[in-house]
Design a protein around this ligand. Structure first.
Ligand code: C5P
Length: 300
């Protein structure tokens, strides 16, 4: 199985709901940076994790029942009446706790993978409903492409779009906790110091026209300011990317990964090289978007 990273091209955060989640309007795009997930029948339900080529951070992924892929297997088994004893092996290509939905990708791959392993023939709707129980981003990780997310971010609508986009992802050492970033936004809003950054309408219009320059200008994320408060060095990554001629640069989701939009593939190569040698981020990865969601790449 293979499941992609996601970026939020616009992330507009609304009110805090009674269930502890925030009302979101977000434009997701799946990009070609992947986790690989291998599922095989086993004596018990287990998970192991390793770093993919060039990646680090797999040591921070929980290996107990809280692992999102393990929860996905358990949920799929309970729903379909199948035996949950599956060995899950994850090779991380997506930054861990990086704001790119790496855990959600693993959960999406596990759901789609169990369905294939067991031949349970779940419909897209059934998979999406299970995905929403596991986390706000998991339905999108199943879906892929580019989509508008509302509710907790789990209700997806197709968007009209054209074009492929070349991204450079500036990866930081050490993740950020998503609940901590949302809590910092709430604190800033209460103190009256939060700015409203995201306009999903502008992003949707740029995507409709396939206009990368307009998209670069429209990128916006209400979680960016709180992420910068919690991780001040990210400011240098955003500024550095813009100075190097990026069309736009934005903290991805709750961060700390920064998504940098290039004009095209060659420009992405140049930007990646310049960012890597600048020393302002710990690693850079390149990824094209949009790409499809969680998929079986090889049945063993
Ligand atoms: O749904 P997921 O488990 O990915 O969300 C992680 C955390 O992010 C939640 O516990 C919550 O603190 C925050 N969150 C939120 N509003 C959303 C999505 C996530 O406050 N719509």
């Amino acid at each position: 199985m293979r499941a992609p990273a996601k970026l939020n091209l616009a992330l507009s955060v609304g009110d805090l709901r009674e269930d502890g989640y925030h009302e979101l309007t977000t434009v997701f795009q799946a990009v070609g940076l992947y986790d690989e997930v291998v599922l095989s029948r086993a004596e018990e339900l287990t998970v192991t994790v390793e770093d993919g080529p060039g990646a680090t951070g797999s040591g921070d992924v929980p290996l107990d029942a809280t692992n999102l892929a393990v929860r996905a297997v358990a949920l799929a088994a309970a729903t379909t009446g199948q035996d949950p004893r599956v060995a899950v092996h994850i090779t991380k290509g997506i930054p861990v706790s990086g704001g790119c939905a790496g855990g959600s990708a693993d959960a999406a791959a596990a759901l789609v993978g169990c369905d294939a392993l067991w031949g349970t023939g779940l419909s897209r709707e059934e998979l999406t409903a299970l995905a929403a129980e596991l986390g706000s981003d998991v339905p999108f990780s199943v879906h892929g492409g580019t989509a508008l997310g509302t509710g907790r971010g789990h209700q997806l609508t197709e968007v009209l779009e054209q074009g492929d986009y070349s991204w450079v992802l500036a990866v930081s050492d050490g993740g950020l906790s998503t609940p901590a970033v949302y809590a910092e936004l709430d604190r800033q809003r209460e103190a009256g110091t939060a700015d409203v950054a995201a306009d999903p309408g502008e992003v949707l219009s740029a995507l409709r026209q396939g206009d990368a320059v307009a998209l670069g200008r429209a990128l916006g994320n209400d979680l960016q300011q709180p992420a910068l408060t919690l991780r001040p060095p990210l400011r240098a990554v955003l500024d550095g990317a813009r100075q190097l001629g990026a069309l736009g640069a934005i903290v991805s989701g709750s961060g700390p990964t920064v998504a940098v939009l290039a004009r095209d593939d060659a420009h992405a190569g140049a930007l990646a090289a310049a960012l890597a040698s600048s020393g302002i981020c710990s690693d850079v990865r390149r990824a094209e978007g949009p790409v499809t969601g969680a998929r079986v790449v090889e049945a063993r």
